[in-house]
Design a protein around this ligand. Sequence first.
Ligand code: AMP
Length: 187
Amino acid sequence: MRAVLLGPPGAGKGTQAARLTERFGVPAISTGDIFRANVKGGTELGRKAQEYMNAGQLVPDEVTNAMVRARLAEDDAAAGFLLDGYPRNPEQAVELDSMLADLGVELDVAIEITADFDVVTERLLKRAEIEGRADDTEPVIRKRLEVYATSTAPLTAFYAGRGLLVQVDGLGEIDEVTERLVAAVAR
Ligand code: AMP
């Protein structure tokens, strides 16, 4: 399975990606997780990404695209992957197509986890208490949702136009949502 996961911050992409990884035996590749690991490790990449992340803005495409291109070329992604948090704008989607073309493979499905902005805002504020992520504060959450609406949401039409989009309701119990996702992918 080669899939991208779309949906606003707080929709449950990370949680569900971890579960789908087990079901489908392909790695979940989260650009946010890779950036956070690099910030924590004090790498050059982390240094480049940090100020954008803290502001709720997208890290520049040239940085992000190069990172994803390198990750997708690793052995464990050869038989499939689940991209969580990438692509995030139309330019990245075009770049992903080019990466996959270079690898001689195609995307099977784009899965959108839907959830309304009030619900995700509450979830993210709760997550802030548990995980203490620097970008889970109210003003930054607002900015991230704005970026999602403006830059990322148009990707659903992009993938729908290619017949690749499936939409799954992200509200409800985590297990329930996982089963909806598995059913949607198997369709
Ligand atoms: P996430 O964990 O997916 O919510 O991502 C956290 C932050 O990492 C985002 O707010 C961005 O600053 C950055 N980020 C993650 N994925 C991307 C991407 N595909 N393009 C640009 N920035 C990204």
